[in-house]
Design a binder for this molecule. Structure first.
Ligand code: MGD
Ligand code: MGD
Ligand code: SF4
Ligand code: MO
Length: 695
């Protein structure tokens, strides 16, 4: 029996992996502060992916994309990849090779992947799927607080508050055990849909504010207006702990609740009532999720929520605060140790000379050899195979053919590459497009650290040996780096050796892990970063001051603007996207679990019955949803509580059922986050697809 943590989301629920009578591992809940003995359906069934019948156990190679894959041995596969990479670099320079990583990777993998890109390949072209996830919240927190740790407090604190506002987060489906922490507070849920979380809020006597998608910024301005107009702002806190309130107020001054109602559709009475609830609470939290963040104005929207929190005196106050609910298992650590285009380990900036000197020292290389910042995730994917873009890509832990915005365009770019190499344990839709597929170990077959949604670093432990023929991601990086001429010791394969290096590289950085030792991890100590060597961890940040030089938090003046794409006669409805309880992300893992696949076998589109009737659609009919970029075939699910102007699709399905065939890659100017949550679409019956689960 091994105690470890779930392979999926950022709650990182603790679980026991126990061999059943047939010897196969089964996951059972274990106690931990985030999950308190609970697991969601995905966690319960997670061990099944270890023995999925289509598990990859041999490297696959093909000479060109029209050929079938052939099974080859590891030396053949790695020699081939290294030769091709060396050839491309020699001919087109180091930036001709791109690396794409993931917030699902352990800290050790994220760190070594960043080092591999900068040192073994010398490329600036590295980014990761967290750009699609946390980047707007990260940028907003940086701006306001000078530091970005999703929740700068333990989750257990949140349960003790009177009021919690959840903006664009649906934890009842995305982190079900978290709801145990949210049963006592009054919840205010901001979501265009009557989500499971919104229903829970109403059942507990709380509120559901249902704005038109893409108008959260206006709503947050309206709430700020109501707070000040009703004399509810915490002026002592604003004076003592912040700067910039008056300039920010100048943008909120026009957002009377009635004006806000006009733009958002949220009744002015509800706006005033929510402002009062928040202001009168003795402890209150404002938490944001992807619904409010995944917009071309996501960073400004997060700033607007933080401005509201600051006006109420919440951040850096014991028992109150602002936090962002991170997403992937290592959504937090994955954005700290260098797989981001502009970053070096320890949350350092790659264009900061002191940061370059420090990290180059740890790596034993000349700082001048380190490349500068590269392209952000979508920009990187969109440049693949173009005149000026990368010609090869190495992919670890993401399935962009399904999960990237405007996925049809991204699939075309991927197809234009000279060389695609993916490391995965199944043939994901993107791996199926590759030239070389490298079969790697899964979470329960290797050790590593993850940083959960509270900034707590924890240990995942190996519970079984990987199947024969499979290597770990660290071994893959080692094998490629040495073939590219790197000394073997520079790319260790032992996770704890990599952790020791990561500790040194992160030391004195913003995200300081220098005290995260295997011994402390094994002891079960709650290691919330920063954890300096020999020092106490930091469960609560900002109580004594914010991370800006003057110790104050900054209000950021932000103005509302409409979504990048407006509805019109041809595309009269708004489509928004998100998650179902039973599937994870691109679905590469959970669509392979029979129980989960049977429960939600196909994509659906949630539509109000009146809207459906208008377009000739009935319950369970197949509909074609079309945006200016492409279309998705989805089964109609009628929802009487839906907005008339908005439809919703989960994004866990592939091919014709991929919601990302629709989505708009308009990017936030600061975070480079795409607008996953607003596309203009039309609905029509898909006449020739009347039966079957898979049109
Ligand atoms: N079951 C499951 N759980 C997961 C994941 C998964 O794939 N499946 N993924 C994990 C990851 S990586 C992440 S990032 C988290 C995400 O967790 P959440 O942020 O909770 O997930 P989403 O479903 O993307 O979005 C939340 C809500 O935003 C709403 N929304 C849509 N448009 C808008 C808008 O304009 N404004 C507002 N206010 N809300 C809007 C949607 O209706 C949805 O209910 O979940 C994690 N947990
Ligand atoms: N329309 C729409 N699109 C979205 C979103 C949305 O809300 N709406 N949300 C976005 C968000 S928040 C996210 S986080 C992304 C996520 O979307 P993706 O980046 O596609 O994430 P996953 O589906 O988790 O892909 C993980 C892949 O890596 C493999 N894998 C898992 N663990 C490992 C590992 O340790 N090593 C290796 N080598 N492989 C591994 C899995 O088998 C799988 O094939 O989707 C984004 N796309
Ligand atoms: S809530 Fe997240 S971490 Fe917990 S069991 Fe479900 S997927 Fe795993
Ligand atoms: Mo995410």
């Amino acid at each position: 029996m091994t105690t470890t943590h779930c392979p999926y989301c950022a709650l990182q629920c603790a679980m026991r992996l126990e061999p059943g009578p047939d010897g196969a591992l089964a996951a059972r809940p274990a106690d931990f502060p985030t999950n308190r003995g609970g697991l969601c359906r995905k966690g319960w069934t997670s061990a099944e992916v270890l023995r999925t019948p289509d598990r990859l156990t041999t490297p696959l190679l093909r000479k060109d994309r029209t050929a079938e894959f052939t099974e080859v041995d590891w030396d053949t596969a790695l020699d081939h990849v290294a030769d091709r990479l060396a050839g491309l670099r020699a001919e087109h320079g180091p930036d001709s090779v791109a690396v794409f990583g993931s917030g699902g990777l352990t800290n050790e993998k994220s760190y070594l992947l960043g080092k591999f890109a900068r040192v073994a390949l010398g490329t600036s072209q590295i980014d990761y799927n967290g750009r699609f996830c946390m980047s707007s919240a990260a940028a907003g927190s940086m701006r306001a607080f000078g530091l970005d740790r999703g929740m700068p407090f333990p989750l257990t604190d949140v349960g003790e508050a009177d009021v919690v506002l959840l903006a664009g987060a649906n934890p009842a489906e995305t982190m079900p055990p978290m709801m145990g922490h949210l049963s006592a507070p009054t919840l205010i849920v901001v979501d265009p849909r009557r989500s499971a979380t919104a229903q829970q809020a109403l059942a507990q006597g709380g509120m559901h504010l249902a704005p038109r998608p893409g108008t959260d910024l206006a709503l947050a301005l309206g709430l700020l207006h109501a707070v000040r107009a009703e004399g509810l702002a915490d002026t002592d806190y604003i004076d003592a702990r912040t700067t910039g309130f008056e300039a920010t107020w100048a943008h909120a001054a026009a957002w009377w609740p009635e004006q806000t109602e006009h733009v958002t559709g949220v009744p002015a009475t509800q706006i005033r009532a929510a402002a009062r609830l928040l202001a009168e609470a003795s402890g209150a939290y404002i938490l944001t999720g992807r619904g409010t963040e995944q917009h071309a104005k996501g960073t400004d929207t997060v700033s607007a929520w933080i401005n509201l929190a600051l006006a109420l005196g919440l951040p850096g106050t014991r028992g109150s605060g602002y936090g962002c609910i991170t997403g992937q298992g290592n959504g937090q650590g994955g954005r700290e140790h260098g797989q981001k285009a502009d970053q070096l380990p320890g949350y350092r900036k790659i264009d900061d000379p002191a940061a370059r000197a420090h990290v180059a020292g740890v790596w034993g290389v000349d700082p001048d050899t380190l490349p500068g910042p590269g392209r952000s995730a979508f920009e990187l994917l969109d440049a693949l195979g173009t005149e000026t873009g990368p010609r090869a890509m190495l992919l670890f832990g993401s399935n962009p053919a399904v999960s990237a915005p405007d996925a049809g365009r991204v699939r075309d770019r991927i197809a234009a590459l000279d060389l695609l190499v993916t490391a995965d344990f199944v043939l994901s839709e993107t791996a199926a497009m590759a030239d070389v597929v490298l079969p790697v170990a899964q979470w329960a077959e290797e050790t590593g650290t993850m940083t959960n949604l509270e900034g707590r670093v924890l240990r995942r432990r190996a519970a079984a040996a990987p199947p024969s023929g499979v290597r770990t991601d660290l071994e893959v990086l080692h094998g490629l780096a040495t073939r590219l001429g790197q000394p073997a010791h520079r790319f260790p394969t032992e996770p704890d050796t990599v952790l020791a290096e990561l500790r040194a590289a992160s030391a004195r950085g913003a995200a300081d892990y220098s005290g995260v030792t295997p011994e402390r991890l094994e002891s079960g100590e709650a290691l919330h970063w920063p954890v300096r060597e020999g020092a106490e961890p930091t469960p609560r940040l900002f109580l004594d001051g914010f991370a800006h030089a003057d110790g104050r938090a900054r209000f950021t003046p932000v103005a509302h603007r409409p979504p990048a794409e407006a509805t019109d006669a041809e595309f009269p409805l708004i489509a928004t996207t998100g998650r179902l309880m039973g599937h994870y992300q691109s679905g590469a893992q959970t669509r392979r679990v029979a129980e989960l696949a049977e429960a939600e076998p196909a994509v659906y589109v949630e539509v109000h019955p009146d809207t459906a009737a208008r377009y000739g659609l009935a319950e369970h009919a197949w509909a074609r949803v079309t945006s200016p970029r492409g279309s998705t075939l989805a089964r109609v699910r009628l929802r009487g509580d839906a907005r008339l102007d908005t439809v919703f699709l989960p994004f866990h399905y592939a091919g014709q059922q991929a919601a990302n065939n629709l989505t708009n890659p308009a990017l936030d100017p600061t975070s480079r986050m795409p607008e996953f949550k607003v596309s203009a679409v039309r609905l029509e019956p898909a006449a020739h697809h009347t039966g079957g689960e898979n049109p």
